[in-house]
Design a binder for this molecule. Structure first.
Ligand code: ATP
Length: 410
């Protein structure tokens, strides 16, 4: 700024100076306000981040504590004494009187329930939910199986019998009521593996729109005391929940073999599981909509208690298919395949003496595979002969029969 000769600013100059200065200060003020807003925004952002990280730290700490926590021992409630104490059985066997947490809902603390026990005091810390997840027990649960009677070959008589004792009680219970007859509770299918026992059970489930529940007996044989019995109880609970249902127990001999008193704890555990099975069968309504089908290929070793009236009181034998049966089964399994004219069912049936339904299915698939590998347009007798050789050659029974028939497969 230029001063006048006297050194003083003229009035005009001074007011311009003040305006400029004011403008400058306003601009600075504006800039500072912007910076303040930005800083304020940043402060809020960092504050949010701090809260978020603190939450994360808390979560990780809890997780860490959870991971470091001592494991609980699994036990089973035997009896609730009062509102403070109960008798539990640990998985290793002995029983204890223990305290239980006040947070446990008395409704859940029922005999038989599985609980988590503190390692030192064995106090009951929590009641575990009953594991009805079928996959845990190796169960197969199919709401509506896709097997019909038409895909079962050579078992017409057996299908009729199954219809009578399993299907009718489910679909037409009034017929039994009318004449005052109680339908059999359980049906035992007896036959070697692969003869179609599972197929039959599935087909009857489909026909009656029932849920199909399958468990293999050996899955019920457990290492720990009381486990097998608990599984049987839960299995029946599941069957009732899903009713109408068909409960199919495959390899039932694994838990229902005749009792041999060898006194080992493993043996006693199998017996306990079997007793629970009998109790469950006895305990449910014969006219109800849960039907039990057992399957075994060792009826000779079954405990007679299982076969008493009111339990598995109908035994249906599922034989190895005869020649006509084998023709039927071949017809079913090759129905969708493209075949050459030389494929002859009589011939196939003659070549597969002693083959089960499962063998025939495997032979049909294998013949198809040979045709695919050989890039053929259709499957011929040659492929079937190859397949029969491959599937049956390891089986002693077939060798014997093949020799008898004068047909040798080297
Ligand atoms: P396991 O005792 O080992 O369970 P299983 O007697 O129950 O044997 P399935 O599982 O029913 O035998 O049969 C196995 C397969 O073999 C079936 O999926 C089916 O394709 C075929 N199969 C067995 N028997 C027959 C049959 N009679 N008719 C048509 N197919 C059959």
């Amino acid at each position: 700024m230029k001063a006048s000769s006297s050194g003083a600013l003229s009035g005009d100059e001074y007011s311009r100076y003040l305006r400029d200065r004011l403008k400058q200060l306003e601009e600075t003020n504006h800039g500072l306000r912007g910076t303040l807003e930005k800083t304020e925004r940043e402060r809020r952002y960092y504050e949010e981040m701090r809260v978020r990280y603190e939450r994360e730290i808390r979560k990780l700490r809890t997780e860490l504590e959870k991971l470091r926590a001592a494991p609980l021992i699994i036990g089973t409630i035997v009896e609730v004494i009062d509102d403070k104490r109960m008798v539990v059985r640990s998985s290793t066997g002995p029983r204890f009187v223990v305290n239980y947490s006040q947070f446990i809902d008395p409704k859940d603390a029922v005999p038989g329930a599985q609980v988590g026990l503190n390692q030192q005091s064995l106090a009951v810390v929590s009641v575990l939910p009953s594991a009805k997840d079928p996959s845990v027990y190796g169960m197969e649960v199919i709401e509506s199986p896709d097997v019909s009677y038409e895909v079962i070959g050579g078992l017409n008589g057996q299908i009729e019998e199954i219809k009578e004792v399993v299907e009718l009680p489910l679909t037409k219970p009034e017929r039994f009521e009318r004449v005052g007859v109680v339908p059999p509770k359980g049906v035992l299918l007896v036959g070697v593996p692969g003869t179609g026992k599972t197929l039959l059970a599935k087909a009857v489930a489909k026909r009656t729109s029932a849920t199909f529940i399958r468990i293999v007996g050996s899955e019920l044989v457990q290492k720990y005391i009381g486990e097998g019995a608990r599984m049987v109880r839960e299995l029946f609970e599941l069957a009732k929940e899903k009713a109408p249902s068909i409960l199919f127990i495959d390899e039932i001999d694994a838990i229902a073999a005749r009792r041999v008193e060898d006194g080992t704890s493993g043996e006693r555990e199998v017996q306990r599981t079997m007793m629970q099975l009998l109790a469950e069968i006895d305990g449910f309504d014969q006219r109800g909509d849960v039907r039990i089908i057992g399957a075994t290929n060792r009826p000779d070793i079954l405990d007679p208690a299982l076969l008493r009236p009111g339990r598995f009181d109908r035994v249906i034998e599922i034989p190895i298919p005869d020649k006509e049966g084998r023709k039927d089964i071949f017809r079913i399994h090759i129905s969708e395949m493209k075949l050459k004219k030389d494929v002859d069912l009589d011939n196939l049936a003659a070549l597969t003496e002693n083959a089960t339904g499962a063998d025939i299915k495997a032979i049909s698939i294998e013949a198809g595979m040979f045709a695919v590998k050989g890039n053929k347009k259709a499957i011929g007798m040659e492929e079937f002969e190859h397949a029969i050789k491959k599937i049956m050659s390891n089986e002693q029974r077939f060798y014997i029969n093949a020799k008898e028939m004068g047909v040798m497969f080297a």
